[in-house]
Design a protein around this ligand. Structure first.
Ligand SMILES: Nc1ncnc2c1ncn2[C@@H]1O[C@H](COP(=O)(O)OP(=O)(O)OP(=O)(O)O)[C@@H](O)[C@H]1O
Length: 264
């Protein structure tokens, strides 16, 4: 479904600030797979998501989705099948618009020439139906401004909005990191149930090694712009957080500082 072939991304090339953020990344994420991505600070995780989302372009190599080389596609063209949820709950929603208006906006996401924000009865019914599943009573607050919601409520709404329409690929950029543990657990469970229901292909960046191992089907670890570990199946199922940490140290021949990765 998602295929990165020998991708290199370099920021500020040819200047003293040159940074090789991705250095020959090969990654094939099959349709329906839930991939978790972990790595130390500056390893290239966000750059990888940016590359798939179209926020940066490869210096060389290709990015393909469903067999199409999308390396040069503009963001709006990708948004027809791809969406993203960020760490900051404020990033996924417009606080000055109501919950319903935000849903209408999400529906318009797939249209290339600007968005239409017409709130039709269908959108209202769909929004209410999907919000009801959250069990937060938000289906009765369709006309409340999103700015009134808590961070967790807002992130749950962001997730619903990101998975409206024809979304096939979901990119999660540490989307539970800014939430308290209980709310993070709720949003993560919601994520897993939506992904299973809609059979989405997912790339989730996390700093939590436990989350990386226990959520999804496969885990890759980035270090200095390269994928250094790629585990799935029984090997991954039998692995504990400490094993993953040991594997990282073995791959890198170096010690990790405690703040580079969260062990919990
Ligand atoms: N827009 C940019 N301009 C210049 N350098 C950048 C830019 N974006 C990222 N970088 C650099 O590229 C490297 C990879 O950054 P990236 O954000 O992908 O890492 P990360 O693994 O997501 O790290 P973190 O966990 O700290 O968010 C880093 O050295 C970073 O400073």
């Amino acid at each position: 479904m998602i295929e990165l072939s020998d991708v290199h991304v370099t920021f500020n090339p040819g200047t003293p600030l040159e940074t090789k953020a991705l250095r020959g990344v090969n990654l094939n994420v099959p349709e329906g797979q839930f991939l978790t991505v972990i790595g130390s600070n500056g390893a290239g995780k966000s750059t990888c998501l940016n590359l798939i989302a179209g926020l940066c372009r490869p210096a060389s190599g290709t990015v393909a989705v469903a067999g199409d080389d999308i390396s040069d596609w503009p963001i709006y063209r990708r948004s027809k099948f791809l969406s993203r949820v960020f760490q900051d709950p404020k990033m996924g929603t417009c606080e000055d618009l109501t919950i319903l208006e935000n849903f209408a906006l999400a529906q318009g996401r797939t249209r290339p020439r600007g968005f239409r924000m017409a709130v039709t009865r269908t959108i209202k019914d769909e929004a209410a139906e999907r919000l009801k599943v959250l069990g937060l009573g938000l289906e009765n607050r369709l006309h409340d401004k999103v700015g009134l919601l808590s961070g967790g409520q807002r992130q749950a709404v962001s997730l619903l909005m990101a998975t409206t329409g024809d979304t096939k690929v979901l990119l999660l950029d540490e989307h539970t990191a800014a939430l308290d543990p209980k709310t993070a657990g709720f949003v993560l469970e919601l994520t897993q149930s939506i992904v299973a229901e809609l059979k989405l292909t997912v790339v989730m960046v996390t700093h939590s090694m436990a989350q990386a191992l226990h959520v999804g089907d496969r885990t890759v670890m980035f270090h200095r712009g390269r994928i250094v570990t790629d585990i799935d199946g029984p090997k991954r199922a039998a692995m504990h957080v400490n094993d993953l940490l040991a594997l990282f140290k073995q791959e890198q021949h170096e010690e990790l500082s405690d703040d580079a990765l969260l062990l919990g």
